[in-house]
Design a protein around this ligand. Structure first.
Ligand code: CO8
Length: 258
């Protein structure tokens, strides 16, 4: 795997792990880090041996405390649109299911990065928030939209308009987090969950992700179309034959990703 400056990559069986690695700066997302992250995720996305990706932050204080404020402070809109934004678009297009393993702060772009993932496992000490308003800006990587779709208008308004952070337990009750686990166990638990996803038929997992995301990105009619097409498409896969044959023969399925 490629060497990066601000991230680390690892592999546990069929699970790819990406670690944001600027712990002294609370893993603040500078442009190079986000670009490296997009590269690493795309590399894993192309790798047939990886069935699920876990994204986490180095150190014990933060998943990521947001975009790098020191780097952004003198940027123009054009610079933000180019170097700043393009990599986020690439992260949004990753097909492999992704799980955020969150410890400590997930703020601003850090919260938005967790929201780009398909599931979130958080330590008891995790706090999520969109404090951009305190800097005179607003969330720029989907926070207003993705939070509103999960939490609804009123709670999202409070987070975005006051910059207040919320603890993992509260957000779990509101449906934003899959599991809250004891401090320090976020990565282990996220990898366990990822292993369960990674042993499924890979094509089905990718097309299932695409179909569920369509619920947030299109109308009901559009989402049902995606589901239907993906459902029929899977009947052309060898894994579908294998999955059903294995059931009939009462044995575990051996999926090949074909
Ligand atoms: N950017 C740059 N440096 C940071 C950031 C950040 N977001 N967060 C922390 N750091 C640095 C601090 O400056 C400090 O460095 P130094 O030791 O050199 O002074 C180091 O990390 C440790 O931080 P603190 O001393 O502040 O640690 P505390 O435990 O006292 O506080 C907090 C922790 C509360 C998390 C605090 O660091 C904080 O408020 N950070 C900023 C949070 C924030 O406002 N995030 C939103 C940023 S804006 C954003 O994310 C927009 C996303 C747009 C995405 C789309 C782009 C196209």
């Amino acid at each position: 795997m490629t060497e990066y400056t601000y991230i680390l990559t690892e592999r546990e069986q069929r699970v790819g792990i990406v670690i944001l690695n600027r712990p002294k700066e609370l893993n603040a997302l500078n442009f190079q880090l986000v670009s490296e992250l997009a590269n690493a995720l795309e590399e894993m996305d192309r790798d047939e041996a990886i069935g699920c990706i876990v994204l986490t932050g180095a150190g014990d204080k933060a998943f990521a405390a947001g975009a790098d404020i020191k780097e952004m402070a003198d940027k123009t809109p054009i610079e933000m649109m180019g170097a700043g934004f393009e990599a986020w678009q690439r992260i949004r297009k990753i097909h492999t299911p992704m799980i955020a393993a969150v410890n400590g702060y997930a703020l601003g772009g850090g919260c938005e990065l967790a929201l780009h993932c398909d599931m979130i496992v958080a330590s008891e000490n995790a706090r999520f928030g969109q404090p951009e308003i305190q800097l005179g800006i607003i969330p720029g990587a989907g926070g207003t939209q993705r939070l509103a779709r999960v939490l609804g208008k009123y709670r999202t308004m409070e987070m975005v308009l006051t910059g207040a952070t919320l603890p993992a337990q509260e957000l779990a009750q509101l449906g934003l987090i899959n599991r809250v686990v004891p401090v320090g166990e976020h990565l282990v638990e996220a990898v366990k969950l990822a292993q369960k996803v990674a042993k499924q038929a890979p094509l089905a997992a990718r097309l299932a992700k695409e179909a569920v995301l369509a619920a947030f990105e299109t109308s009901l009619e559009g989402g049902l179309d995606v589901e239907r097409k993906n459902f029929f498409l899977l009947f052309s896969s060898q894994d579908m034959r294998e999955g059903m044959q294995a059931f009939i023969e009462k044995r575990p399925a051996e999926f090949q990703g074909k």
